[in-house]
Design a protein around this ligand. Structure first.
Ligand code: GCB
Length: 581
């Protein structure tokens, strides 16, 4: 799906910033900001504990100037499921909270007239949603008696239906921009760009789809024409090409200008290659080392809502850290992040919202949970949205599923998705799945990915506070992976840290411990050539489901939630900026 663009042929109209909102039909309508999660927009505790379908409504007018044009209503994301009505009639529905959807309203809303738009946002999660929620009725490890310390039995007693199988607050609502835009009646539907490098030349292959006669031009960053052709397919040489290079290189961007009838769409792209060669990942033929934190979309007041300012500021801090990578843990991010990463040369590991499949369940999730087709669809939609971004160099099929208790079923499930990602991506990028700390000898899935990504918390959740033994245990595991012969990224590692909590002896939760933790684990990484990346968990403190281990959220941030650096941010900054191998 193409991003929204305002240009000579396409017009974007602003929608209201404040909509009417109520949790249930019994509540009064009240104002709420869009886009943003609704949960932190009120002191009413029900805004955070609510489980079910919340209601939004607003009015908008299709401008008279839109007469004769195609008019589209586009939602960047509604979390998790959306049902949309226009003038009281069903318009569209969408499943999943992190990808865009749109509806052609040309014949449904008359230019010059005011229309009523209603959105129902469903925050319920379960065995058929991504991310996954736990549900009553499935046996979990542990006792059924809540008097015996079994967390799951307790949750069943509470009768709540939302039991996130993931460690971030289940923010919900209209979280990304709602946009009204127009195009000519004949329009560009889709564009796919693939590039190659041939000596000092680049080769670009553009395929466009649209209703109407298509022509394609390639422009350099100054707007000068490099190549052009009639028809929906153009393959052209870019002499003396300027490559898209990750930081600290120059991320040069070209444009494929596609015309279709009166419509025009400018698709930026970079000429770069990405491939796995033995135990290395090569970008533009050169070994690449991924360094940068995992990041949640999370900020005070807006929750998981889109904010250009927060995104710009976060990426600026990433550059300050000397990072060259961000992983969109644990869902595809708002589209702006990818545009900015294209411009800044920050490499993106792009992840589906498949987090927590089967973790903690005693049933076989691959047989019991009806997820395979839906997961494949979400993967396809993510690739369709993000396929042209040069910053995206690795697809992540999901985070921390159970791969250990039902190894053959896990392998079948993830292999099908792995093949699908390769089939669907015009650029055929490498594919991974992010593995939970587990008995890696029993897991036969992680090792089949193009890049092995492992989340490990040696020294924190296991071997807590004992960094010397943590290093020895991690080294034993690294010996195992070295024999597998694939590139490995330590895709999560980290320690909860309370800012301002200090001690001479680095003990858990102090800023000194977090810094010592990274120094210790990094020393293991530095001794191994097949390790191609380190992704601290995580960029900033973030809101999580309340629980005994989450004082004010997950505190493993290198930055506080208001983006002030902890000691470890300075430690990693020195490493990534001045010391890296
Ligand atoms: C993990 C998860 C991440 C959690 C993190 C933690 O392995 O992938 O979602 O937030 O650990 O802090 O426990």
């Amino acid at each position: 799906m193409l991003q929204v663009q305002s240009n000579a042929a396409r017009t974007v109209y602003a929608m209201p910033e404040v909509w009417d909102f109520r949790l249930t039909d019994a509540d009064a309508w009240r104002p709420v900001a869009v886009p943003a999660s609704y949960n932190d927009q009120s002191a009413d505790p029900r805004f955070r504990s609510f489980v079910g379908v919340a209601h939004y409504k607003t009015h908008f007018t299709v401008p008279a100037a839109a007469a004769g044009r195609r008019v589209v209503l586009r939602f960047g994301a509604v979390t998790h499921d959306a049902h949309v009505r226009l003038n009281g009639k069903p318009l569209c529905s969408h499943r999943g909270g992190f990808l865009p959807f749109e509806a052609d309203i040309t014949h449904l809303a008359a230019p010059g007239e005011t229309a009523l738009l209603e959105v129902d946002a469903d925050n319920r999660i379960g065995h058929d949603t991504l991310p996954v929620g736990n549900e009553g009725g499935v046996a979990f490890f542990g006792s059924d008696n809540p008097g015996i310390p079994s967390v799951e039995a307790g949750k069943r007693m509470q009768g709540r239906t939302n039991q996130p199988n993931f460690d971030f607050f289940n923010y919900a609502g209209i979280t990304r921009p709602v946009i009204l835009y127009t195009t000519p009646r004949e329009y560009v539907q889709d564009i796919a760009v693939v590039t190659e490098i041939d000596g000092t030349d680049g080769i670009v292959d553009v395929c466009a789809a649209g209703h109407g006669k298509i022509a394609i031009e390639i422009l350099d960053a100054t707007g000068a024409r490099v190549a052009s052709g009639e028809g929906a397919h153009l393959r052209a040489v870019i002499p003396d090409v300027k490559l898209w290079q990750p930081r600290p290189g120059t991320p040069y961007l070209y444009t494929a200008r596609v015309r279709c009838g009166d419509d025009v769409y400018d698709q930026t792209f970079g000429v770069r290659t990405v491939e796995v060669d033995g135990a290395r990942v090569l970008i533009n033929g050169k070994p690449f080392y991924f360094k940068g934190p995992n990041r949640h979309e999370d900020a005070p007041f807006i929750g998981r809502g889109h904010s250009a300012c927060v995104t710009v500021r976060d990426l600026d801090l990433l550059c300050w850290l000397g990072a060259n990578t961000v992983r969109t843990s644990h869902y595809p991010d708002s589209e702006l992040l990818y545009d900015l990463c294209d411009r800044l040369g920050i490499v993106v590991i792009d992840e589906t919202p498949a987090v927590g499949i089967g973790a903690g369940a005693s049933c076989n999730p691959y047989r019991a949970f009806p997820l395979a087709d839906y997961h494949a669809q979400v993967l396809a939609d993510m690739i369709a949205r993000d396929k042209n971004h040069p910053c995206v160099v690795l697809w992540s099929l999901g985070n921390e599923p159970d791969t250990e208790h039902f190894p053959d079923d896990a392998l079948a499930y993830w292999s099908a998705l792995y093949r699908r990602a390769h089939d669907l991506d015009p650029q055929n990028r490498p594919v991974t799945m992010v593995c939970c700390q587990n008995d890696y000898t029993k897991d036969i899935t992680t090792r089949t990915m193009d890049v092995v990504c492992i989340n490990r918390y040696y020294g924190w959740y296991n071997l807590s506070n004992d960094l010397e033994t943590a290093k020895r245990a991690f080294d034993i595991e690294l010996d195992f992976w070295e024999k597998i012969g694939k590139p490995l990224i330590l895709s999560e590692y980290g320690a909860d840290t309370l800012p301002g909590h200090h001690a001479a002896a680095p003990e858990m939760f102090t800023e000194e411990f977090q810094a010592a933790f990274y120094e210790a684990i990094n020393s293991c990484l530095d001794a191994r050539d097949f390790v191609v990346g380190e992704l601290p968990w995580c960029f900033a403190d973030f809101d999580a489901q309340p629980g005994p281990m989450r004082p004010g959220g997950n505190r493993k941030g290198l930055f506080t939630r208001d983006r002030r650096p902890k000691l470890a941010a300075h430690t990693l900054r020195r490493r990534w900026t001045f010391n890296m191998r």
